[in-house]
Design a protein around this ligand. Sequence first.
Ligand code: X8Z
Ligand code: ZN
Length: 598
Amino acid sequence: MNIKLWIIAAVILLTGCGQSSDTEPQESAADFVARMEVEGDELAKEASAAYWVRSTYITPDTAILAAKAGERGLEFESALVKQAKQYLGTDMDAETGRAIELMLRGSSAPAPDSAEMRAELSAILTDMEGQYGSGKYCNANGVCRELQELESVLAESRDYDELLDVWQGWRQVSPPYRASYQRFVEIANLGAQDFGYKNLAELWQGGYDMDSNTFTIESRRLWDEVKPLYDELHCHVRAKLSENYGADKVALDGPIPAHLLGNMWSQTWDNIYDIIEPYPGVSPVDVTAAMQSQGWDEIKMTKTAEGFFTSLGLPPLPDSFYKNSMLKKPRDRNVVCHASAWDIDNGNDPRVKQCVEVNGEQFGTLHHELGHIYYYLLYKDQPSVFKGGAHDGFHEAIGDTIQLSMTPEYLQTKGLLEDVTEGYEAIINRQMKMALEKIAFLPFGKMIDEWRWKVFSGEIAPADYNAGWWRLRQEYQGIEAPMARTEQDFDAGAKYHVPGNTPYTRYFLSFIMQFQFHKALCEAARKEGPLHECSIYNSKAAGEKLGNMMAMGQKQPWPDAMEAITGQRSMDGNAIIDYFAPLNAWLKEQNQDRSCGW
Ligand code: X8Z
Ligand code: ZN
């Protein structure tokens, strides 16, 4: 998560929204921006200290501290937006204009101008994330497990009933905050209206240098570009699961039961690669086994990930990073294990919070988090208002772009793979593993905010939260709940980003853009050959391109940053489709006698 504290101008989302106030500004726009910079930094220091402690030590005491800090942040934000509005339509230099525009975007949880509601909103957000973070499921035998342990069962077990037990078990964590979520929606919608938006959906959609309507059309276009490949993958995976579990459990003409895909939320499916592997035994890549047998720990994993970034000519992480990060789950207290990267003290004290376990998935997540950290380091000299990804999808895409370069050859240089197998079958196997991660994710990445946008706009009413959720799960992903669900449940709330209130479209965009970035960086690195074989490891030319783009922060509209790295000015699904061309052709052949769809 890009924790650029939702308090300070939390320049995450929003357009300059055309309203001006009658009040005459008291100071020049440039003076106002400069003053906010200082005041915002001061407040951010206090808030990040409170949030960090809260997230790494969940207790009723830290809830009080974090909620209080949040309240002050919301108060600051309301005042900031109010004054910033006064400058709309007035004369100012371009840089100040951009700063004002970014300030008016508001944060992901804006509060109305009421001390009572600020307190309520902040308390609700703190509490929901805390409940999620300390969630546990105790089964009928009295065995209690936390989320990461339950996730391991989803990843490793192939026992239908055992999978079902942990799947439904984790979903017992969220109903207790369903009513809180409903209240959060009411308050934050009022806040969005105070800031000049129809509702919170419009505010969230407004953070992309185009109006909210154009953005929703744009993201729909991207989904339409990649959906045919998803449909092929879905069809094949369903057929293999049906073979594995029986047609009575996985019907060949309907949605896939959600608990069989190897992931608690069915968002990535690479954990069931063993069931899907196109050419069994060809070119096995088992990073987890290699790391475990060689005794890797979280520090070696992080240093290795850092080593990729430094191989590109990017700077080493500051010593404080290793001193202040939380890279291991503490044994004696509840923490928010969902991985995140924190920009504390304006790029001087960046930290990762992650409950690292020694496996390939967590190694990938570490690269993802370091992508955020490198963004922080590279835009550290920008004024705070320009610190941020060109848009939030850029921030999410950096570390993932690096992961696309973790080819078998690269893994071999790190001692994580013995032999590199070449040939068609090896390519298809490797592409399948990646597609189970990257293509399977796309409709999930799209549907989460599809649900929230409808919840914020009222199209999905509170009484319909869960049914609305499953309608979208089925429509986009072609999956279904494996057991009866009711409005007593709150299944959306069992995914971190809902109680954590982190917008999710950013990941959908990231998964598309990272392939554009990979292609462009491979060209900069002068790598010939297919993109799925390219690694930019050690390429200073690629690093320079990436670094220059990150250093821009959000000072300019995102198409400028996109152009700086790819030469294109738009997001484009063709790069990911081209990347998977071999697998796409293979899947079409496999599916030719099947009836696809759900
Ligand atoms: O939440 C994350 C990161 C932190 S920004 C670990 N991700 C999404 C998720 O886990 O649901 C990364 C990809 C998708
Ligand atoms: Zn992230």
